[in-house]
Design a protein around this ligand. Structure first.
Ligand code: ZN
Length: 133
């Protein structure tokens, strides 16, 4: 059984918020509130996804479509979170650059990662967003 990402059409769906539109920067407090809420939603959805996966394992019945749907949903959520981080970084520390997050093994850690994609070490805490502009 192999898990693959959704077909390109789904994966390429545009994020909820268009990035190209230039708007005034929302107040940092508002961004932080949305970020906090999304982080909680994300934790819950991750737990659900893990529980669902475990249940499927127990029954030896993998419904890939269900898992993929939830992964897509989580992907969108993380996209918005990354966007919020970028907005916050712009609002809070204009011009200041941050080092990108790295694992002890030296591999770059992507936003929201729990494990290093290279060595599998658990990542402690939420890494700072990798500067991308
Ligand atoms: Zn690593």
């Amino acid at each position: 059984m192999r898990f693959r990402r959704a077909p390109a059409t789904d994966a390429a769906s545009p994020p909820a918020t268009p990035r190209a539109v230039r708007r005034a920067l929302p107040p940092a407090g508002q961004l932080r509130r949305e970020r906090r809420t999304l982080l909680l939603v994300r934790e819950e959805k991750l737990r659900d996804l893990g529980g669902l996966m475990l249940e499927m394992y127990r029954r030896d019945q993998f419904r890939q479509d269900l898992l993929v749907d939830r992964c897509i949903e989580l992907g969108r959520l993380e996209e918005r979170l990354a966007e919020l981080d970028a907005l916050l970084a712009a609002a809070v520390s204009r011009g200041r650059t941050r080092p990108s997050a790295r694992c002890e093994c030296g591999a770059p850690i992507f936003w929201g990662s729990k494990f290093c994609p290279q060595c599998g070490r658990a990542v402690s805490g939420t890494p700072l967003p990798v500067e991308s502009s």
